[in-house]
Design a protein around this ligand. Structure first.
Ligand code: G3I
Length: 328
């Protein structure tokens, strides 16, 4: 008999999975048994919920939320303000010119307020702002239409609007390459500024898109420890462990090699050992999917290349990685 992953971790943190309109059906048995939280992979992003001004489309998001309710799962909301999957109308006037700061702020507020209020009783935490830190160079913030239209305080505003819409929701800043030392310092600086200005923020989301060789355990530890000094909670929000290093562009594998499977299991063991060690600050670990039959990594960074990043295989059976993280 296969023990439940989330039950095993219930005294440490919740175990989540990203779902979409297909996997919510095709993976439902696995989701019910092993995960006690879900995140919408795409279905709650701006372009999905409000593709045109004031034309909200909630059907798919509602379906995911109903699944969670029926099965007593938590829901993490993802995501309110991002540079990607965000429609152009927000930043544009009817005549095609660039909208001014006030208009864009109003549109941001209207979106956040409508969405957060709608799911007040079902979504307990939101990735309010996603990926605004610049990966390269000296700039703290990446260039984006939000930044251009509103200025640096678009981040503060997003958190304020979310807090006004639901004062009980836990509000997160979420980013990737979160364990890379330079980016870690920038994320820290951004979030420290929010905390010092009393902006309502309650957590830092570490996406954890990792692979067989990086990041190092040391870098992960240092990142967790640094973010923990902010006094906020920490969640791993989009975890997957690619069997390819980022520079490996091979396309010809039809299944992972024995080596890949063994190293992946070792890595998962190492990661979860660290998570358990810091379970006083870590409140959740969410995978960016549930099993190897579906992952966004099969289209990134090499289009159409299969990947096997999870602890359940394509048939939803436990992999060596699963057994490693169940051993404690
Ligand atoms: O829905 C259309 C479909 O109609 C069309 O036929 C198809 C053709 O390519 O595209 C579909 O849209 C795709 C969408 O996923 C839904 O599958 C987009 O092309 C594709 O770009 C989009 O990718 C998503 C990506 O965010 C967009 O940036 C991934 O599924 C999703 O996993 C990924 O998630 C992000 C997190 O939100 C933030 N952190 C990084 C993470 C991974 O990139």
């Amino acid at each position: 008999k296969i023990p439940s992953l989330y039950e095993k971790y219930k005294d440490h943190f919740f175990i989540g999975a990203a779902v979409n309109q297909d996997t919510i059906d095709s993976q439902q048995e696995l989701l019910k048994k092993h995960f006690n939280s879900i995140t919408a992979e795409n279905e709650m992003k701006f372009e999905k919920l409000q593709p045109e001004e004031e034309k909200f489309t909630f059907a798919v998001a509602d379906k995911l939320v109903s699944f969670a309710k029926e099965n007593q799962k938590l829901v993490r909301g993802h995501t309110l303000v991002w540079h990607n999957q965000t429609p152009d109308w927000i930043f544009t006037n009817k005549n095609g010119s660039l909208a001014d700061r006030k208009t864009v702020l109003e549109r941001m507020n209207s979106h956040i307020s409508t969405v957060v209020k709608r799911y007040k009783d079902s979504i307990y935490c939101w990735d309010v702002v996603n990926e605004v830190i610049a990966d390269e160079g000296q700039n703290l913030l990446r260039e984006s239409k939000w930044l251009e239209a509103i200025g640096e305080d678009f981040i503060d505003s997003a958190f304020e609007f979310a807090h006004q819409a639901d004062p009980d929701a836990l509000l997160f800043y979420n980013d990737y390459n979160e364990s890379h030392p330079q980016k870690r310092e920038k994320i820290y600086t951004l979030v420290k500024g929010l905390v010092d200005r009393d902006v309502p923020i309650h957590g830092v989301g570490l996406q954890a898109h990792w692979n067989l060789s990086g990041p190092s355990y040391d870098n992960i530890r240092q990142a967790i420890e640094k973010y923990a000094t902010l006094g906020l909670q920490i969640q791993l929000t989009e975890m997957d462990v690619s069997v390819f290093d980022f520079d490996d562009r091979r396309k010809d594998l039809t299944e992972p090699t024995e080596d890949m499977k063994a190293i992946q299991a070792e890595r998962y063991e190492g990661f979860f050992n660290i998570f358990r060690e810091y379970s006083d600050v870590i409140t959740g670990v969410t995978f960016w999917g549930a099993a190897d039959d579906y992952t966004w990594l099969s289209d990134f960074p090499v289009k159409g290349r299969k990947n096997w990043p999870f602890v359940f295989d394509e048939k939803h059976q436990p992999k060596p990685s699963f057994w490693k993280i169940m051993q404690f």
